[in-house]
Write a protein that binds this ligand. Structure first.
Ligand SMILES: Nc1nc2c(ncn2[C@@H]2O[C@H](COP(=O)(O)OP(=O)(O)OP(=O)(O)O)[C@@H](O)[C@H]2O)c(=O)[nH]1
Length: 366
C-alpha cells in the first residue's frame, strides 16, 4: 500500500485555517479524509465547527492539549497510530496545527521509524490573515513600548510558521486590491524566501487541486528532507546550496536528523506568555451586545483570539469568532446548555477579562 499523504495546515491564530479546510472538505466529496485538529486552549471549537458540517466522507479527530510535541506526546502520536491501523480507509490526512504552533514536530513524528513507511508529508500550507499583515500586526513593536513583548512574540511565531511553509495562502483578501496583494506577497517573500507557491483565497476558498496531492516531499521521503523540493519545475525547486540555512530541516542521515530535533526544540518549548482560558456562564446572552463587548475587550486587553458558542435562548446559539477586534458572529437554530468562550492572548489577565465581561453582559462568567 502506498504511503498516505499528509497535508499540514498552519497559520497564526484566526488566520482562517478551519474555514479553508472546511471549504476543501466540502469540495472533495470523492476523497476519504481524516482531519486532525490541534487547538491551543481548553476546548476544541474548530473540531466542533468542522463536525457540525456533517461531511460523511471525513473523520474529524481532536488533538487536545495545545501543541503537537516531539515525544511524550499523549495526543498526536496515539491518534496517528490509530489512523495508521485504519490507513486503508483514508486517501489523505489533513492536520490543522494550533495557531501558536510551528509544524516541525509534526515532520519529526512523520519521519520517525514508526510512521515513515506509512505516511508522507504532501505539503505544508500556511494561511495568512492578509489585512492584518498589511496593517503591520505581525511586525515587532517599538522597543520599550508597552506592547513590545506581545508584538515580538507574535512576529516570531508568524515568521517561523511561514519559514516552514511550502505554500502560503493569502486569505481574507475579498476587500483588497491588486496593489495590496502585491504588497502582501512582497512582505511574505521577504520574510520567507523559500516559500514555493503563493495562493490567493477569495472567501477562504481554495481549489482542492492547489491544496491536496501536491507531492512536494515525496521524492525526499526516504531521505528525511523538508527543504526545497527537487521534483517541481522552476528555479525555486532547486535545492539550496547552503542547506544549513534550512535550520536542520533538510537532511539525509540520522546525524542531521537528530540535529534537527535539537535545533527545533526551541520553537516548541511553550512560551508561557501565551495564555488561554475558557470562560462560561449559564445566563442567556444578548446576540447584538456580546460581539460589541468582545471587541471592546480586545481593545482593552492583549486578547488576540476569542471563540466559542453563546447560549441565547432554548433554541438559539450564537457562534462567536473574534480575531483581535474584528468579531464575527452567527445565530444558529441549535441549543447549547451554556455559553463557553475561549480567550487566547499574550499575558492576558483572566481576572480582569472576567470583570469586564461580567460587568458588561450582566452575567457571572467564570
Ligand atoms: N472576511 C473573511 N473572513 C474570513 C475568511 N476566512 C476566515 N474568516 C473568518 O476569520 C475568523 C477565523 O477563522 P478560522 O477559520 O476559525 O481561523 P483559524 O485559523 O482556524 O483559527 P485558530 O484555529 O483559532 O487559529 C472567522 O470569523 C472566519 O469566518 C475570509 O476569507 N474572509
Amino acid at each position: 500500500m502506498k504511503q498516505t499523504p499528509v497535508t499540514v495546515v498552519t497559520g497564526f491564530l484566526g488566520s482562517g485555517k478551519t474555514t479553508l479546510i472546511s471549504g476543501v472538505l466540502g469540495d472533495t466529496p470523492d476523497r476519504r479524509l481524516a482531519v486532525l485538529v490541534n487547538e491551543f486552549g481548553e476546548k476544541n471549537v474548530d473540531g466542533e465547527i468542522l463536525r457540525s458540517e456533517q461531511l460523511g466522507h471525513c473523520e474529524i479527530l481532536d488533538l487536545e492539549g495545545g501543541l503537537i510535541a516531539y515525544s511524550q506526546d499523549d495526543a498526536f502520536i496515539p491518534t496517528l497510530r490509530e489512523l495508521q491501523r485504519r490507513r486503508h480507509r483514508f486517501d489523505h490526512v489533513l492536520i490543522e496545527t494550533s495557531g501558536l504552533a510551528v509544524p516541525t514536530a509534526v515532520y519529526v513524528v512523520l519521519q520517525s521509524e514508526e510512521f515513515a513507511a506509512d505516511f508522507v508529508l504532501d505539503a505544508t500550507i500556511a494561511v495568512v490573515d492578509t489585512p492584518l499583515l498589511l496593517g503591520g500586526d505581525f511586525e515587532a513593536g517599538t522597543q520599550g513600548s508597552e506592547d513590545a513583548p506581545s508584538r515580538a512574540a507574535v512576529q516570531a511565531l508568524f515568521d517561523a510558521q511561514l519559514e516552514h511553509a511550502d505554500v502560503v495562502v493569502l486569505n481574507k483578501i475579498d476587500a483588497l486590491n491588486e496593489y495590496d496583494l502585491l504588497r502582501a506577497e512582497g512582505d511574505v517573500r521577504a520574510r520567507a524566501p523559500r516559500v514555493r507557491f503563493m495562493e490567493l483565497a477569495y472567501g477562504a476558498k481554495l481549489d482542492p487541486q492547489l491544496t491536496l496531492g501536491l507531492h512536494l516531499h515525496e521524492l525526499d521521503a526516504g531521505t528525511h528532507h523538508h527543504g526545497p523540493v527537487r521534483g517541481v519545475p522552476g528555479e525555486e525547486s532547486l535545492p539550496l546550496e547552503a542547506q544549513h540555512l534550512l535550520d536542520g530541516h533538510s537532511h539525509g542521515d540520522l546525524g542531521a536528523h537528530l540535529h534537527s530535533m535539537n535545533t527545533h526544540v526551541h520553537f516548541h518549548v511553550h512560551d508561557t506568555g501565551w495564555q488561554s482560558f475558557l470562560l462560561s456562564t449559564d445566563t442567556p446572552q444578548d446576540p447584538q451586545r456580546l460581539p460589541v463587548i468582545l471587541a471592546d475587550i480586545a481593545r482593552k486587553f492583549p486578547v488576540l483570539r476569542a471563540k466559542g458558542f453563546a447560549h441565547i435562548n432554548a433554541g438559539q446559539t450564537l457562534t462567536v469568532q473574534a480575531v483581535r477586534t474584528r468579531v464575527d458572529s452567527e445565530l444558529r437554530e441549535q441549543a447549547v446548555p451554556r455559553s463557553e468562550l475561549v480567550f487566547i492572548g499574550y499575558h492576558i489577565n483572566r481576572k480582569k477579562v472576567i470583570q469586564v465581561l461580567s460587568g458588561a453582559t450582566g452575567s457571572t462568567w467564570e
